[in-house]
Design a protein around this ligand. Structure first.
Ligand SMILES: *Cc1c(COP(=O)(O)O)cnc(C)c1O
Length: 410
């Protein structure tokens, strides 16, 4: 039987995530991984979570094991609203927040409730691969905005918006990760955040603010969430416990205007009825017992150390004319190599030598960035970081030397 003929057009559009494919490699061989976007498992509060899980089942009993409402557990939503308020996000109440099965579910639902084929979606160049994959299923037309050390270039965005308007095309939303972006590690300046909100007003589009990383900043700098600057309800704020606590609970949330949350609830109903009730109770107790606050204290110091080790190793081992911008938070460093280095082509050799990274072109809607790569510093062990960077540095140097030699001979 050939199943292929039974698949829908949509199914034909679904591609294997390259990142997931790469991660399969890792399991086969002992590889130093700068590839995945995982927190360090050493930071998972295993014993505390075990206690909480047991307590939750025994004390809430059937409540913790039954179907819940699609919107999510009231107590957890109250707790998250209080939590977000500490970060400057003040919204009306429970009608403005929904629990999702990770932010990924929110991204997938937004793709379905906001995008008609051909609608314009603006993303950062580069941007989060799993978001592109989810948006792709609704066949948007993408425009990309380049970035510099202050994040998305707002001047470039403005010219782009003018051009789009001239073409009579409709921008539905802009998807941005303003703080410690994945994959670049870049953080948008406050000035640009303000300007972005103004442009959303002027050109009438929504902003999807994806925010998994603001909980791990390494410097005391204060950034305002787009949602906290939002006066007219244009910002849809997504966040998650995946990076700050553990990804396995699959607890994320959306904060938005009621009209939007209501539609998300309807779409979510047919997806999974509700996010895991058990996970929601565990998350609720994790907030209530101060476990999240404890993580907030530990994470930045722990990851800053790993970032610094990676920065030092890059400095020492990468070839000349290699660039990166020091991230002030999150889990990634994005590296640009000399043009002769094709990171996608070299990945197999890197894996053979025992190191994994993600080729940068995966994150560009136009597949540019063949000389870039994303390095994750949160997951590898500290002693592996230097070793892995050294191996990559040697590999890239060999390629550059060979190129110079070939040129000289020619
Ligand atoms: C890790 C990450 C998420 C989190 O996804 P979950 O589904 O909540 O685990 C969302 N957006 C970005 C940009 C990420 O890097």
């Amino acid at each position: 039987m050939k199943s292929n003929v039974f698949f829908s057009q949509l199914a034909h559009k679904i591609r294997a995530s390259e990142v997931r494919e790469l991660l399969k490699w890792q399991e086969k061989k002992r590889i130093i991984s700068f590839g995945g976007g995982f927190p360090d498992p050493e930071l998972y509060p295993v014993d505390e979570l075990a206690d909480i899980a047991r307590d939750v089942i025994l004390s809430y009993r059937d409540e913790a094991l039954k179907y819940g409402t699609t919107e999510g557990l009231d107590e957890l939503r109250e707790e998250i609203l209080k939590f977000m308020k500490r970060f400057g996000i003040k919204v009306g109440g429970l009608n403005n927040i929904i629990i999702t099965s990770g932010s990924q579910q929110a991204i997938d639902i937004l793709s379905r409730i906001l995008i008609d084929p051909g609608d314009v979606v603006i993303v950062e160049k580069p941007t989060y691969l799993a978001a592109i994959n989810a948006f792709n299923l609704s066949s948007p037309k993408y425009y990309g905005v380049p970035m510099d050390r202050e994040g998305m270039k707002i001047d470039a965005l403005e010219s782009l918006l003018k051009e789009i308007k001239r073409r009579n095309e409709r921008v539905k939303f802009i998807y941005t990760i303003p703080t410690a972006q994945n994959p670049t590690g870049l953080t948008m300046s406050n000035e640009r955040r303000r300007r972005l909100i103004e442009l959303a007003e002027e050109y009438d589009f929504l902003i999807v603010e994806d925010n998994p990383y603001s909980y791990m900043l390494f410097e005391p700098a204060k950034y305002e969430h787009l949602k906290s600057l939002d006066k007219t309800g244009r910002v849809i704020h997504l966040s998650t416990l995946s990076k700050v606590l553990v990804p396995g609970l699959r607890i994320g949330w959306v904060i938005a205007e009621e009209e939007i949350t209501r539609k998300i609830v309807l779409a979510k109903q047919s997806t999974d009825i509700c996010s895991s009730t058990l996970s929601q109770y565990i998350a609720y107790e994790a907030f209530r017992r101060g476990l999240i606050d404890k993580q907030l204290k530990i994470l930045p110091k722990f990851y800053k150390r790993k970032r610094d080790i990676m920065l030092c190793a890059l400095e020492e081992y990468m070839p000349e004319r290699t660039h990166w911008i020091k991230p002030i938070g999150g889990m990634y460093i994005f590296v640009s190599l000399p043009d002769v280095v094709d990171t996608r082509e070299l990945l197999i050799e890197a894996l053979n030598r025992g190191v994994c990274y993600i080729p940068g072109d995966s994150f560009f809607i136009d597949r540019s960035g063949r000389n870039t790569m994303r390095l994750n510093f949160s997951y590898p062990k500290t002693h592996e970081i230097e070793k892995g960077i050294k191996i990559l540095g040697e590999l890239f140097r060999e390629v550059i030397d060979k190129h110079l030699f070939t040129k000289a001979v020619a």
